[in-house]
Design a binder for this molecule. Structure first.
Ligand code: HEC
Length: 105
């Protein structure tokens, strides 16, 4: 009984620890991800409520995303600082990172 409880508590600890983001060593370019099939919708859904006009950097176009690639990695992949109002899964952060790693094609 105590054992089961401990495992559950430890698992919870592990889960929240992994929400600190993805380390750069775990990123690898995934060229199946493109702006058209992934990046545009992802940024639209998770970032543009703030980063279209209200907040800098503006992330409305592929060129703007590419120009801010390292800042996006820092805020939304390596750390969970962004998106500011909600959380996204580490699987989503991984996809974002793998796409940016390819140069956001
Ligand atoms: C609810 C609003 C909101 C959403 C959604 C949001 N941001 Fe932000 N973002 C902010 C605010 C406010 C700042 C400036 C203050 C700060 O850094 O906390 C900011 C700052 C940033 C910066 C600049 C930080 C720096 O100093 O380099 C980047 C890069 C960024 N956001 C990326 C993103 C990305 C990528 C997403 C989507 C995954 C996103 N943000 C979603 C509100 C938001």
């Amino acid at each position: 009984m105590t054992k089961t409880f401990l495992c559950a508590a430890l698992l919870a600890a592990c889960t929240s620890a992994s929400s600190t983001g993805i380390t750069s060593a775990n990123l690898s370019c995934d060229s199946s991800l493109t702006y058209a099939n992934f990046g545009s919708a992802f940024i639209q859904t998770n970032c543009l409520s703030c980063h279209a006009t209200k907040e800098q950097p503006t992330l409305s176009t592929q060129a703007q995303i590419l120009a801010n690639s390292s800042r996006i990695l820092e805020q939304a992949v390596y750390t969970t600082a962004m998106p500011q109002d909600t959380n996204i899964s580490n699987a989503e952060r991984q996809m974002l990172g793998d796409w940016l790693q390819c140069g956001a094609p």
